[in-house]
Unconditional design. Structure first.
Length: 264
């Protein structure tokens, strides 16, 4: 295992990802960002957890300090996570994903059930705007926001993409998230949800809270999936205002991992 401290650029496909690994012998925790966010949003969670864990953060394509690419698809993000784990020699990490990163975590854990110790999902749930009506609503939202992207990108809240590219990332995410119930029901690793309260940018009043109720049948059917906390913050502010709840969910999974017997 490559568990030395490292910061640099990781070449992947036609791009390079900005990556930081704190190293050390602790349980590896890999953080998966929101759709257009950079890794800076995890600072409070990492501080709350402290030095007993090995923290690995990276910026997705065209986010943060990572380079642009010709491919911003969900499958490209899956490949990026594969390459990060391979490059850093990480086996059986705890994945912690916020929003887009949460959905990415579900799918990676579903495809690699023996390679993940646990999954913390921060305010992502299996619902989304789908079909042509949903896609057009998303495109209109991002066209209205296009003038703010250069400023938002410097704050780690937007990608270095066009408005159309932002929209297509979101359209694909909504379709994948909406089909996520069977994925969550199949997960065999321990999963902890940390849910926000209230709405999100671009959502209508009450829409996000209604969407969170889609988890109820998943919780009933898959005992591996539980809600660790529901906090007062909204979708956008949850990592800033309720980092401790996310850190506590990581601790819950780390405790489960410690109780499990080692594989022969």
């Amino acid at each position: 295992m490559t568990n030395t401290k490292w910061t640099g650029m990781l070449p992947v496909d036609d791009t390079a990802l900005a990556l930081t690994d704190t190293g050390g012998p602790g349980i590896p925790v890999v953080y998966l960002n929101g759709a257009y966010a950079d890794r800076s949003h995890w600072r409070r969670v990492i501080t709350d957890l402290g030095g007993d864990y090995r923290h690995i953060t990276y910026d997705e394509r065209a986010r943060g300090k990572s380079k642009r690419s010709a491919d911003y698809s969900f499958e490209a993000c899956v490949r990026d996570l594969d390459e990060v784990l391979k490059a850093r020699g990480v086996d059986r990490p705890i994945l912690v994903g916020w929003s887009y990163g949460g959905v990415l975590g579900w799918h990676w854990a579903d495809r690699h059930p023996d390679r993940v110790a646990g999954l913390v999902t921060v305010d992502a749930f299996p619902v989304g705007l789908t079909g042509e009506a949903g896609a057009e609503r998303i495109r209109k939202l991002f066209r209205r926001m296009r003038f703010f992207f250069p400023i938002a990108a410097r704050l780690g809240l937007a990608a270095r993409m066009s408005a159309g590219q932002h929209a297509e990332v979101n359209i694909e995410l909504n379709e994948i998230a909406a089909a996520g119930v069977p994925v969550l029901e199949r997960l065999t690793c321990p999963v902890r949800f940390v849910l926000a309260t209230g709405d999100s940018l671009g959502s209508e009043k009450g829409e996000m809270e209604q969407g969170r109720t889609v988890l109820d049948p998943v919780l009933a059917r898959n005992p591996n999936v539980k809600i660790s906390a529901k906090v007062a913050s909204n979708h956008s502010k949850i990592l800033r205002n309720d980092s401790y709840a996310v850190a506590q969910a990581v601790r819950e999974l780390a405790a489960i991992t410690a109780r499990r017997p080692a594989k022969p």
